[in-house]
Ligand binder design. Structure first.
Ligand code: C2E
Ligand code: MG
Ligand code: MG
Length: 709
């Protein structure tokens, strides 16, 4: 640093001033001069002066007076003065000079060498003083900056000495720990602030992790610390302890920087919750399920007990979701959750894996019978209609059960087998439970194989139809046929009871169903040309409830009738009671549109489902088909009573009645007695290939009026 210095020369005689100036010229300083005391004082106030050379004898104000005034002012008090005097070196003068603040005397005539060497000494002292002031200034600035930093950071900072006593704290530390600064300083950090799980009552600083690390010169960091506030509140903190060491490596202090992470912890807890629980139902999600399953396995291995895993899949959830919307679907899932919870004990773990898939892990004694009991209860509870948006909704569920350790070795296998058992329950007509069996694997593989074949056949339209005549009881006349789908992949006939549900599950039913309509209409137009079909003749096609989920079936029917120039009365559609159970606005609308086209609608397999009588009046029906099982039961008094009641009901509602599955003459006679108008069954005819049927057509329509009774 370059130090600028100035010397003030004061003498009433200009010649003296010039002499002094020439003597001091060689020095690297600025020279100022004054010819009187007042002028000197005014220059002193204006400039930063390092040294004053002051003549003692001056008129008006002598050198001593000037010195006294300089000493009385703060700004000039410490400026060194060298008195220059012609007066003899009498002691009184010298003392007066010292009293007034002068620090050196030079007598005239001045010896140049003495003058310059004395001046140099004072200038050097002044220079050192200025350098020191500058350094002090810088230190102060640094301190101010650090103070500002410590005060403004959000993190708490405390200084701890090597004994574990707090020596310093910043405002954030005071705030977080709820102490005043004075209270914090001198506290033992171990006893008052830090909370440890190990030996909490007897905290020994020298055994703490911070001490151990800092002793070796390392930092110590923790994400999961707990500090205690003045009012004994525990707060989660994240902290870093850094040692401050002497040059020899021994640590003297520790700086502890910490952050209150209460908020972060809350968010973390929330995230943890979200990662483990399903937001909609509050049940555990897949993550929690996986953890719970592993825990149950460990527990079972340890206790040698068994536990059960149940996989529950709702049967008709997708339809509800698709037709009533997601909000209704959500409400339904919450209601299902409530019912599931009411089927189990608190200790059982119910989870939702996603969509309409739920799981229950059951533990306890007699686990086999407990699992069966709970499954029956779940099925019973879920078969009670739900009320969503003022509509009654029927759901039902399919349940797969697997036991550990009997039926699986690990979590993976448990899940796979439970899923397989559930799949089997679905294939077995739904709304039931199945306990896992080893041969299910094969069955599932077969089902998957079947699915591949069905897709393949669908692409090539590799299906055909058989037609079963419907006969009028009064005269034995064929009044129509029912088109029944046939599929014979690899030469083996597979029953529609097997592949129709598969087609429904895979969505293939839409295109397969379309083909059935097309083929029936094509066939109808051929028959119409070849035979004198009776006036009320109709061919019926079976419609899956899935085909009623959108409008496309209406357009297909309309197009086919038009293309083949068929009157709508030639066509009939058969729907099952599932439609009644899932009576959604969409289904109802499609049915009404079909009805409005002039196509009649038959309710198939009547009596097997859950349809209540009142629904019959709400659907646009023309025909009621009594299920085969009732016809079968007709020999019993109750069976006969049911058929009689159904016939009466249908007639009351102006519906035609068709009895299905009539196999014997006795059944036919009984039905005739009960005033059933039409029958269908092996007694008259099995479903026939078209060439055989056409022979019957030519015969029957040729021998009109002849009855087999
Ligand atoms: P469904 O509509 O009730 O058809 C009557 C079923 O009963 C036919 O079985 C028929 O062969 C059988 N059957 C008729 N008379 C008798 C009898 O006297 N005794 C006995 N034991 N059975 C008789 P199939 O052809 O196996 O069809 C089974 C079911 O598959 C049908 O029941 C229908 O629900 C469904 N299905 C058939 N074709 C189609 C189709 O093209 N589309 C749809 N969605 N479903 C179809
Ligand atoms: Mg049918
Ligand atoms: Mg039927």
């Amino acid at each position: 640093m370059k130090v600028e210095q100035r010397i003030l020369l004061v003498d009433d005689k200009r010649a003296n001033l010039v002499a002094l100036e020439s003597l001091l010229e060689e020095l690297d300083v600025q020279l100022l001069s004054a010819t009187s005391g007042p002028e000197a004082l005014s220059l002193l106030l204006k400039h930063d002066i390092s040294l004053v050379l002051l003549d003692v004898q001056m008129p008006d104000m002598d050198g001593y007076e000037v010195a006294e005034l300089m000493r009385s002012r703060k700004q000039t008090r410490t400026i060194p003065i060298i008195f220059v005097t012609a007066i003899n070196h009498e002691e009184t003068h010298i003392f007066k000079g010292y009293e007034s603040g002068g620090v050196e005397f030079l007598s005239k005539p001045i010896e140049p060498y003495i003058l310059t060497s004395k001046v140099k000494v004072f200038l050097e002292l002044d220079k050192q003083k200025r350098l020191l002031e500058h350094s002090l200034n810088q230190v102060q600035q640094l301190k101010n900056r650090n103070d500002l930093l410590l005060r403004s950071v959000g993190e708490g900072i405390i200084g701890i000495d090597s004994e574990g006593v707090i020596t310093f704290a910043n405002p954030a530390a005071e705030m977080i720990l709820d102490y005043e600064l004075e209270e914090l300083v001198t506290l033992s950090v171990g006893q008052c602030v830090m909370v440890t799980t190990i030996n909490p009552e007897n905290f020994i600083w020298e055994k703490s992790k911070i001490y151990e690390k800092c002793r070796t010169g390392e930092k110590h960091h923790s994400d999961v610390g707990v500090f205690r506030t003045k009012h004994h509140k525990m707060i989660p903190v994240e902290y870093t302890a850094t040692p401050v060491s002497k040059p020899d490596g021994e640590f003297t202090d520790v700086v502890l920087i910490f952050k209150d992470i209460t908020e972060r912890k809350k968010i973390e807890d929330q995230l943890n919750y979200m990662a483990q629980y399903d937001a909609l139902t509050g049940l555990g999600n897949r993550n929690l399920f996986n953890d719970a399953l592993e825990t149950s396995i460990l527990r079972a291995n340890h206790s040698k007990d068994s536990f059960a895993l149940m996989f529950i899949d709702l049967d008709r959830f997708k339809q509800v979701n698709d037709s009533l919307g997601h909000e209704a679907g959500d409400t339904l899932l919450k209601d299902v959750t409530d019912r599931l919870n009411s089927c189990v004990r608190n200790s059982d773990v119910v989870c939702r894996l996603g969509g309409d898939e739920f799981t229950i892990i059951l533990e306890g004694h007699n686990i086999h019978s407990a699992a069966v009991r709970v499954s029956e209860k779940v099925l019973r509870f879920l078969s009670i209609p739900f009320s969503v948006e003022n509509q009654k909704i029927y759901i039902g569920a399919s349940i797969g059960i697997v036991f550990y350790p009997d039926m699986a070795n690990d979590a993976n296998e448990l899940v796979k087998n439970a899923d397989m058992a559930m799949y089997q329950a679905k294939r077995d007509g739904r709304n039931c439970f199945k306990i896992f069996e080893p041969n299910m694997k094969q069955q599932v593989e077969e089902a998957l194989d079947l699915e591949t074949k069905l897709r393949h056949s669908n692409e090539r339209k590799d299906f055909f139809l058989h037609y079963q005549p419907k006969v009028r009881v009064s005269d034995g006349k064929i009044m129509g046929v029912e088109a029944l789908l046939r599929w014979q992949p690899d030469g083996d006939m597979i029953s529609p009871v097997v592949f129709i549900p598969l087609a429904e599950e895979t969505g293939l039913i839409q295109t397969i169903g379309e083909w059935v309509i097309e083929e029936t209409c094509r066939q109808l137009s051929v028959w119409k040309q070849r035979y004198h079909l009776p006036e009320d003749f109709s061919a019926s096609v079976n419609l899956s409830v899935k085909q009623l989920n959108d409008d496309s079936v209406i357009h297909i029917l309309e197009r086919q009738l038009e293309e083949h120039e068929l009157s709508a009365s030639l066509l009939e559609v058969e729907i099952t009671e599932t439609v009644v159970m899932e009576k959604t606005d969409q289904n109802l609308k499609v049915l009404c549109d079909i009805h409005n086209l002039g196509i009649s609608i038959a309710l198939d397999d009547f009596g097997t489902g859950y349809s209540s009588m009142s629904y019959l009046t709400q659907l646009p029906l023309n025909v009621l088909k009594i299920d085969r099982s009732f016809v079968n039961d007709m020999e019993t008094v109750q069976g006969a009573a049911i058929v009689k009641a159904v016939v009466a009901l249908a007639k009351g509602l102006s519906l035609k009645v068709v009895a299905e599955g009539v196999e014997t003459k006795e059944q036919l006679v009984r039905l005739k007695e009960l005033s059933c108008d039409y029958v269908q069954g092996f007694y008259y005819s099995k479903p026939l290939a078209n060439d055989v049927l056409e022979k019957r057509f030519s015969e029957d329509f040729g021998y009109r009026g002849e009855s087999k009774i």
